[in-house]
Design a protein around this ligand. Structure first.
Ligand code: HPA
Length: 272
């Protein structure tokens, strides 16, 4: 059992030799949102396949690249190729992109995802800022993840940082986007939920459901990064409509929402 520092030492040292700068803002792109990487100036792209031990992404719409980019004078690390627990990876592997951001001295992180809308006022194409993330605790061998074993109680309480959330809200106002706010409820996947599970999620206080982000947010906050999570509501959650859910729908809604997503992220970058 190795901790992250020793397990990923080679990745970090290889990256430090190649990166054009230390990033100020990390953006992890969710399903269907990967194109954002092309909307800003790329300075250097590093294929995650060239990093020994970096988990291969197996999901359609998640190619594996770390882009070191620039927008509005801000230095960005854009992660294309999120790693999910449902792909069979460990928690330690799933939070690797956040760990990399931390090791490169990044101070802010925007976690983006596609999610099913559970709140009856949400519709596909809406953007939601997660004010709380629930349904999931960090799990696994705590001593593998530095910083977590020392303060588990806090780990479970950490929430995305208020300051960064305020900035995202402000960016939405400036862009004329009516940004929803709500609780992101985590399910493991890989299958979409049953209608009964969605009923449970709604009763638990969830507004949107997805299969990522929560562990990244908890770890990012623990690692001292200002953290915000933005969901693209790609579909009505199971049972809330007669339409059958599919990954294709998630990708298609990503297409429709691209412009407002891009504007929101760009304006947020400017304001950070
Ligand atoms: N459920 C879980 N994850 C998702 C969904 C959903 O309905 N839509 C996009 N990601």
């Amino acid at each position: 059992m190795t901790d992250m520092n020793s397990e990923y030492a080679e990745i970090i040292s290889l990256l430090k030799k190649q990166i054009p700068f230390e990033p100020e803002i990390c953006i992890i792109l969710g399903s269907g949102l990967g194109d954002f990487a092309e909307k800003v100036k790329t300075i250097k792209s590093i294929s995650t396949g060239s990093l020994p031990g970096y988990p291969a992404s197996t999901v359609v719409g998640h190619s594996g690249f770390l882009h070191f980019s620039n927008y509005s004078g801000k230095k960005l690390l854009i992660v294309q190729g999120r790693i999910h627990l449902y792909e069979g990876y460990s928690l330690k592997q799933c939070i690797l992109p956040v760990y990399i951001a931390k090791c490169l001295n990044c101070r802010n992180i925007l976690l983006t995802n596609a999610a099913g809308g559970m709140n009856k006022n949400f519709k596909p194409g809406d953007l939601m800022l997660a004010t709380m993330l629930n349904g999931f605790n960090l799990r696994g061998r705590l001593n593998e993840i530095p910083g977590i074993a020392t303060n588990q109680e806090e780990a479970y309480k950490v929430r995305p940082s208020k300051e960064l959330n305020d900035i995202v809200n402000c960016a939405a106002k400036l862009e004329g986007i009516s940004l929803r706010e709500g609780v992101y409820w985590y399910t493991t996947g890989p299958s979409y939920e049953t209608p009964a599970e969605i009923k449970m999620g709604i009763n638990f206080g969830g507004d949107a459901v997805g299969m990522s982000t929560v562990h990244e947010a908890i770890y990012a906050s623990l690692a001292g990064l200002k953290t915000a999570s933005i969901s693209c509501i790609s579909n009505y959650a199971a049972g809330l409509t007669s339409k059958k859910l599919s990954h294709l729908e998630v990708i298609e809604t990503g297409e429709l929402i691209k412009t407002s997503f891009e504007n929101l992220i760009k304006r947020t970058i400017e304001l950070i």
